[in-house]
Ligand binder design. Sequence first.
Ligand SMILES: Cc1cc2nc3c(=O)[nH]c(=O)nc-3n(C[C@H](O)[C@H](O)[C@H](O)COP(=O)(O)O)c2cc1C
Length: 205
Amino acid sequence: MAFSLPDPAAFGEPLPLKARPEVLDFLATRRSATALTLTAPAPSEADVESLLRLAVRVPDHGKLAPWRLIILDAAAKTEFAARLQALAEARGDVKQVAKLGKLKAPPMGVAVVSRPRPGDIPEWEQLMSAAVVCANLLYGATAMGYGANWITDWYAYDPDALKILGLEPGERVAGFIFMGTAKETPLERDRPVVSAQVTRWSPPA
Ligand SMILES: Cc1cc2nc3c(=O)[nH]c(=O)nc-3n(C[C@H](O)[C@H](O)[C@H](O)COP(=O)(O)O)c2cc1C
């Protein structure tokens, strides 16, 4: 499948604000698909290109682009998983081996890597921008009808695994976004009760 996106707007071009009820509908009903249920076909090359364009179009204080994306297509992901498996087996860590299922099943993934820049913009804000890249990828793929799942398992934190992924010092994995075709329809999960999460500010006594 190939979804076409509008041509990129030129710098300074007006982007009129308008109601987008279909986006509201999407946000109210979207659901991640469990990585274990993701199978081929993966998003087409054209769709991946579109998704990457959407992914990097995020709020980013200071325009630092403090993140990068590593594409794990089927072959690369298989090799990455094999190397992680060898690492976990060498440690005799059966739990780590078992956790690789969510990496192995989907036909592709993208690692979103946070790489904060020194300077005036707090690192916290740069990390949050990387999280929004993850969300854009997740939402974009879902809006195309693919299944997508944001995963951080041990291999998002383990220093040896990160070396295999090719991370540089100071870089961190914000998430692996796995994508494919969901072989099961995702079911709604428990959602937070809005009133339990929200207060109205009043001046402290
Ligand atoms: C940073 C982050 C890391 C996550 N890592 C995992 C994970 O390793 N394994 C897992 O099953 N779900 C993980 N999740 C949860 C799922 O991606 C997802 O949020 C959950 O299934 C519900 O998603 P939905 O609201 O998109 O339907 C993670 C979520 C976030 C935000």
